[in-house]
Design a protein around this ligand. Structure first.
Ligand code: FAD
Length: 409
């Protein structure tokens, strides 16, 4: 059996390990445009802030490929995929055939639509190379502009603040983390960001950048200007599918896969940030672009590729985020549309600044936001994931002292 894996991130390596655990004879080839061993992508911001060095990033040693008998083709980009002829083409003209294919190419940062976005010192923060380039641009930089009020934007802003820069965080929506929390939690987060020294501007985008080769300022949608020697764009991601023939392999928010992580084409699988799969809480297809989901999907894809039928019940959005001095935990569908039969319970503890918001559909918990008090968050997440009926009164879940045994006997 000839296995071909596109990508070298966490979904790809878990797939490769799963395949090898079930098939010691088949050939495995991994192709990635990054030229390094697999590393912990969420930790690249720690290199930016200076709390770790790049040598702490790898998640597998240099012997990884050799030990598993994998042919690694690194530093090369896949440019096209022929699902009829079962082969992929690389930028350098090489062609690789396959019996089973895994697409685990992750996601690309969403570009910003603004004039002069190609000036120097305007960065994305997706790869360790992005961070190395940022570090090279740091000497001499005094002020930074970070676009995007999500996880990547926070991590970039925190890192740059720690490096002594004056940082402005620009957010298109009215409050930070708007895709993951409600307005009350968003305002608590914004207050924390401001308290820690960030300048936060909401409801605005960038119209154009200005500079003589290197960025010096950004002109905003309200006509104002922010001076900056460095810009980080953290406005979300798009699945990395530019080589995928969309007429044959359907792509919506990501590449559509079934419960075996297989696409519409037998023998072609997808996993991780690039894949769109059933979401447990939404009951619809969704891309949950998070690390633990990529691990699980990669592993399940690998097992199915090697012939063991394993089902993925569905993915769940979940995250614990430390935003400066504040802990925020979210899971499931936290912002469902109003008037569609969801019940929302919330509680604010004015003394501690803790905030809890729980979303129910019928007797099931489908979403949660915990701010400043994440105690029992794991139990609540399990209730969502396992779709456990929650007995009344459900308000007890707003406190931290409910009995787990009564809920999940
Ligand atoms: C700064 C940052 C912080 C994050 N923090 C968190 C966090 O706190 N918690 C969390 O759960 N998640 C976090 N994430 C998200 C997490 O890193 C991703 O969900 C995870 O890495 C996805 O893994 P993957 O294997 O699907 O894709 P990736 O890790 O993106 O790997 C895909 C690989 O395929 C390569 N590739 C893409 N296109 C091609 C092509 N055409 N040809 C060849 N190779 C290609 C890519 O270069 C890459 O090496 C963070 C991400 C970033 C960027």
């Amino acid at each position: 059996m000839k296995y071909l894996i596109l990508g070298n991130g966490v979904a790809a390596i878990h797939a490769a390990e799963a395949i090898r655990s079930l098939d010691s004879q088949g050939s495995i080839t991994m192709i990635s445009d990054e030229g390094c061993v697999p590393y912990c992508r969420p930790m690249i911001s720690m290199v930016l802030e200076g709390s770790i060095t790049p040598d702490a990033l790898p998640i597998r040693g240099p012997g990884f490929y050799r030990n598993l008998g994998i042919e690694a083709v690194l530093g090369e980009r896949v440019t096209s995929l022929d699902v009829v002829g079962s082969q992929v083409m690389l930028g350098d003209g090489r062609v690789f055939g396959y019996d089973r294919l895994l697409i685990a190419t992750g996601a690309d940062p969403r570009p910003v639509k603004a004039e002069n976005a190609d000036l120097d010192s305007i960065f994305f923060m997706r790869t360790e190379l992005d961070v190395r380039r940022m570090l090279e641009a740091l000497p001499g930089a005094r002020s930074a502009l970070v676009l995007g009020g999500g996880l990547v934007g926070f991590k970039a802003a925190y890192g740059l603040l720690r490096r002594g820069l004056k940082v402005t965080l620009l957010i298109r929506s009215e409050y930070p983390l708007s895709l993951q929390v409600d307005e009350t939690a968003g305002r608590l987060i914004r207050d924390e960001l401001v308290r820690c020294g960030l300048k936060v501007r909401v409801g605005l985008g960038v119209r154009a950048f200005e500079g003589n080769g290197v960025v010096r300022a950004a002109h905003l949608s309200d006509g104002s200007t922010v001076e900056c020697d460095l810009v980080v764009i953290g406005k979300g991601v798009l699945p990395a599918v530019d080589f995928v023939p969309r007429d044959r392999l359907p792509v919506d928010l990501g590449i559509l896969v079934d419960e075996h992580m297989q696409t519409y084409i037998p023998g072609v699988f997808a996993a991780g940030d690039v894949a769109e799969h059933m979401d447990v809480s939404r009951k619809t297809r969704w891309v949950n672009a998070i690390w633990p989901e990529a691990v699980q999907q990669g592993r399940i894809a690998g097992m199915n590729m090697a012939g063991r039928r394993v089902v993925h019940r569905g993915s769940l959005s979940r995250n614990v985020i430390r935003i400066f001095g504040m802990d925020v935990m979210t899971a499931g569908w936290v912002n469902p549309p109003p008037d569609e039969g969801f019940d929302v319970l919330h509680h604010t503890d004015c003394r501690t600044g803790a905030y809890r918001r729980l979303v129910f559909r019928g007797d099931r918990l489908v979403g949660m936001t915990l701010v400043n008090d994440i105690e029992q968050g794991g139990v609540l997440m399990a209730l969502i994931q396992q779709e456990t009926p929650v007995p009344k009164p459900r308000e007890i879940l707003l406190g931290r002292s409910f009995q787990v045994g009564q809920l999940m006997a």
